[in-house]
Design a protein around this ligand. Structure first.
Ligand code: TXA
Ligand code: MG
Length: 341
């Protein structure tokens, strides 16, 4: 299949949105930018198209998709909207927050893998909004990467993974945020964060102080364990190389990696640390600045593959506020290999 990559600007937004909507309503699946990462989108109500998403990504059949809406009418079509959801939407939507709510009957089990719930998000990216509005249906969309690989934050990343497998990629430039949305369950007694994102637990606790992290955020979950976020079960965000996260001072890091230098051994560090590190190293952002790290993280993880790395030592980010999202992705990419010096 020929993959068209269509550059979208303010001038052709309307045209691009209509083209995309037509492809979606004809049963096609497309790559499109959001403020977090690129999505691989289908018409939520077209079960054949949704099945294509799983096929093309190689996504496990029991990992449900996020449904993207552009207004509250669409939200109410797909989910039971409780008081907490209304409050959260007021504060954080449109934006990088996904709410897990009780589903409405219209959600087919192919979308949410037969769960009683559905995950819903209203993206703020103008291209995503324009496409949903033009299609006038909610769009089911996971991140636009081959399952298990780092998510995609540019049209080029999407093409690297999916060229020849989908008809259309809308190129909206680099994603502003760079890591996927915060996923929060609002169906239990307390709000539970299933996946940390740029909207941090600290921000959410300003609205609902009783918000907690799911256990799955901190530990590897076994194949048969019951988990609220099915996505946490699978290895994620992995370059082909082995990733090891190092919690230490810069000097300890330098000593540790120097002692382990060798073919294909690389480092991921913070800005201006490269010159002091004896092995090939790439910065993934400013020290202590989760926003700048989030924006570059997946690009650098993908770069590690291009450099032919076999082992990557990573300077650990902080574990508070927006940095927690970065720590979580690295923690998962490493298969929970963290070395504390
Ligand atoms: O920022 C994002 O959220 C991006 C953009 C494209 O919107 N999408 C994204 O989708 O990251 P995906 O499929 O890569 O991740 C969806 C996550 C998975 O961890 C999945 O298990 C979880 O959301 N999820 C989806 N539906 C759920 C449900 N009903 N209950 C619990 N977790 C759910
Ligand atoms: Mg994903």
């Amino acid at each position: 299949m020929e993959t068209e990559i269509l550059k979208v600007s303010e001038e052709n937004l309307d045209y691009a949105a209509k083209r995309a909507a037509q492809t979606l309503l004809d049963g096609g699946i497309i790559g499109l930018p959001t403020e977090t990462v690129y999505g691989l989108a289908a018409n939520t109500y077209d079960t054949d198209a949704v099945r294509k998403i799983f096929r093309v990504k190689g996504r496990p059949q029991d990992n449900p998709l996020i449904v993207h809406v552009s207004d509250f009418v669409m939200l109410k079509d797909v989910a039971e909207v409780n008081a907490r959801a209304v409050e959260m939407a007021k504060v954080f939507w449109p934006g990088p927050l996904t709410m897990v709510l009780t589903k409405k009957p219209v959600i087919d089990q192919v979308v949410n893998c037969g769960l009683p719930t559905v995950a819903v998000r209203m993206p703020s990216h103008p291209v995503a909004q324009a496409v949903i509005t033009a299609a006038d249906v909610p769009l089911a969309a996971p991140s636009a990467n081959i399952s298990g690989r780092p998510s995609t934050t540019s049209a080029q990343h999407v093409a690297d993974d999916l060229k020849g497998k989908i008809p259309l990629i809308l190129d909206g430039g680099n994603c502003e945020i760079g890591v996927e949305s915060t996923v929060i369950s609002l169906v239990g007694r307390h709000p539970v964060i299933l996946r940390p994102g740029i909207i941090s637990i600290e921000m959410i606790r300003d609205v609902f102080p009783d918000t907690e992290y799911s256990e799955a955020v901190f530990k590897e979950v076994g194949e048969n364990e019951r988990i609220e976020s099915p996505g946490m079960k699978y290895k994620h965000y992995s370059p082909r190389a082995e990733v090891v996260v190092i919690k230490s001072t810069l000097q300890q890091f330098i000593d540790y990696v120097s002692a382990r230098a060798g073919d294909g051994v690389c480092a991921m560090c913070f800005d201006s640390e490269q010159e002091d590190i004896m092995i090939p190293s790439v910065s993934y952002g400013k020290k202590g600045d989760g926003f700048s790290q989030a924006k570059r993280l997946f690009t650098v993880l993908r770069m590690m593959d291009k450099l032919g790395s076999v082992r990557v030592f990573v300077r650990a980010p902080d574990e508070t506020n927006e940095s927690m999202a970065v720590f979580n992705r690295l923690y998962q990419a490493s298969g929970f290999q963290v070395v504390e010096l």
